[in-house]
Write a new protein. Structure first.
Length: 219
């Protein structure tokens, strides 16, 4: 277990809670994102517990650790319950999102659940995730002879397309989704190919037309 938080009292409280539980062994305690990545690569922990607001960004550390150590579970421990941080953490590959207001005595069980393949997240935040998932993907009206399988976009491609339709630039989309500009351009190319259109402008136009069209009546 790796603990990364720039607030020393928090690190101590977390260490104390985990040290008292025989299921866990803390291999490193660090105070910023750079140290978190270095310690993770060195120690190969089963779980990394990261603060979002620590120097260097816990989100950046999550991306890097996830890329280098795909088997390591990543859980964010933060004071932030806003949707921006929550969804940014999930996009960065977090397996859990816990609030520092939680009863610290429940932390070991939550982290043990993550090790067993469960998600660690307060019920209120789970509700927000479900609401976002249910409402994010617009309903497409099937067209005659249309091959829907070839038009199906990934969730990330939907996000990129929605932001394009809101007139965000490539750089703005990259910043919002915590991606590189080249990754955003690759998603746009994939969107254009899957929708069978000439360019991003045509993809945006089709997106708006389909989104605004009423669903076809059932037979």
């Amino acid at each position: 277990m790796l603990i990364a938080d720039d607030h020393a009292p928090t690190r101590h409280d977390v260490w104390q809670a985990l040290d008292a539980d025989r299921r866990f062994e803390v291999c490193a305690q660090v105070a910023d994102a750079v140290e978190a990545v270095q310690a993770a690569v060195r120690e190969h922990p089963d779980v990394c517990l990261l603060d979002i607001r620590m120097p260097g960004s816990g989100l950046a550390a999550a991306w890097e650790i996830g890329a280098r150590l795909p088997q390591t579970k990543i859980v964010m421990l933060t004071v932030s319950d806003n949707d921006t941080d929550l969804f940014a953490a999930l996009r960065a590959g977090a397996d859990g999102y816990l609030l520092k207001t939680m009863d610290i005595r429940r932390l070991p069980d939550a982290l043990y659940g993550v090790c067993r393949g469960e998600a660690a997240m307060p019920r209120l935040l789970v509700t927000r995730v479900l609401e976002r998932f249910h409402g994010r993907e617009p309903r497409w009206r099937p067209l005659a002879g249309d091959d829907i399988a070839q038009r199906r976009l990934t969730s990330r491609e939907w996000e990129v397309l929605e932001l394009l339709a809101c007139e965000h630039s490539t750089a703005e989309i990259a910043d919002r989704l915590v991606l590189s500009a080249s990754a955003v351009r690759a998603h746009i190319s994939s969107i254009v190919r899957k929708l069978g259109v000439a360019d991003r402008t045509a993809a945006i136009r089709l997106f708006r037309e389909q989104k605004d069209s009423p669903p076809a009546a059932a037979d």
